[in-house]
Ligand binder design. Sequence first.
Ligand code: TEU
Ligand code: CA
Length: 590
Amino acid sequence: MQQQQTNWWKEGIVYQIYPCSFYDSNGDGIGDLQGIIQKLDHLKKLGVTILWLNPIYKSPNVDNGYDISDYQAILADYGTMADWEQLLAEVHKRDMKLIMDLVVNHTSDQHSWFTAACEGKDNPYRDYYTWRPAKNSKEPNNWCGHFFGSAWQYDSKSDEYYLHLFTPEQPDLNWENPKLRQEIYQMMNWWLAKGIDGFRMDVINMISKDQALPDATDGKKGEKYIYGGQYFLNGPRVHEFIQEMNQKVLTKYDIMTVGECPGAKLDDALLYVGKERNELDMLFQFELMDIDDAIGDGNRWNPKPWQLVDFKRVITHWQHGLHDKGWNANFLMNHDFPRALSRFGNDTLFRTKAASMLATLTLTLAGTPYIYQGEEIGMTNVAFDDIDNYRDIDTLNFYKEAKAAGRDHNEIMQLIHKRSRDNSRTPMQWDNSENAGFTSGTPWIKVNPNYNEINVELDQKHPESIYSYYQKLIALRKENPALIYGEYRPFLEEHPALFVYLRVLNGVKFLVLLNFSEHTIDFKCPEFKYSKLKLILSNYRSAINENIHHVIRPYAARVYKFGAACTLSGAKSGSDGKALESGLGAKPAW
Ligand code: TEU
Ligand code: CA
């Protein structure tokens, strides 16, 4: 197999900061840039190397900063441009990189382009957005907005509708217009000239819409508005636009780019991140995040239970699919999803084990790992009783819709506790003082009441905490190219509780063994000779001292390295992978 090309962003470890919930330096209840600066040493000590900031631009905050009214100004709640420049300098001083969020599928309705566009049909900015007259006295088509209702908003002044795939306060930009595209590229160059290290590109695979804007046909019968993804996900001109952006902007700098691409399949991904495509470096795809989505339309409010076998299949599909052809971005959560620990692990009895086990997965796969703030201390979902304690527009809209449809309050709240985006947006828990040390004022969203048991201060003191496990794991990844560039080989693919794989590079081999269940598993595998393997990391202390290697305890994570002349019993030399496979392929004995 051909060697993969090396790169700093492949070797990096990304930490995602949700600025309003990270650290408040001035007591107004909102996290800010000076707050991030004060906590940079925490991040440096953790070992992460790249910071991604969710949007910090001027915004009326209808969708927490994803509705931008000025791309070149900082939201006053977060500080000033001088604060931001100081942040960049402090990040670079610590030898870390800074990635900014780029939200160019839509702006805020308060952006000067949009207010100008609203002035009339002949305003030069009119065509920066998509306007259409009514069709049969109704909206121009039947698409629904991502956050409920029609994707079209009526403007009485011009008697036309404008398109918004998210809230009405987030009108979609018209990428068909070359002048608009030039303005976007200029803005990107402006930020890059300031010295940033790259972009995370919000819903970048939605920027090109089928210009016929046809009615969507893939919805449920009787539905008034239907998700029109078939006409704007990976749309007709999207690759042309991204290649143009690459040529006019990206290629001029040594930066990293990660495109957020809902609904992208492997074939699409190869077009966005494939070698020689001159588009993006990596993408966020959502096949894993959609694993417990009953309908499969990206709507979070119809969940179903998930199975580890499917979970592994998705990961394996992408690990194989992009090997040597592109590059993966691995994440188990972000600001749009519940806490991974509560969703895929266990946030009660086995919280510490499950959090470190999930960390082991993210940090030993091929691809750049993304850690979301609070994962490093095992933060969990929250369950506020009162809907008034929620802030996320999608959650609030869901509550209203569900109530109007006559659903029971308790049933709705249960769903919200499980699925709300606010689960990941409660303030970072720094210590056990009031409001978890996040703010001296009143936080914009309540702190999770479990901050007395779960906080950074506590974890940093404890040598066997989730935080210190992350430190070890990150150090291990940095020291071992096989964990970064190695080939991925899965085993026991049908096992319902164990996730087992090898990472292999130039004869160096690692075996990763993860227990995704709360059961102890008696793992009998005759051909699998542990004596040939060296256990180098485990989230159970005794696994290193005792010799009960066959007992895999709840949410255990182990990383083994193969010894120098190591083969497995019964294996012909050079074919140890195969032998291991036949050994591990045996019917699970538990
Ligand atoms: O999210 C895009 C988006 O559609 C996700 O909300 C969704 O979870 C995903 O497609 C899974 O199927 C981005 C931002 O991350 C989000 O916070 C914004 O609300 C949204 O775009 C609009 O800018
Ligand atoms: Ca503040």
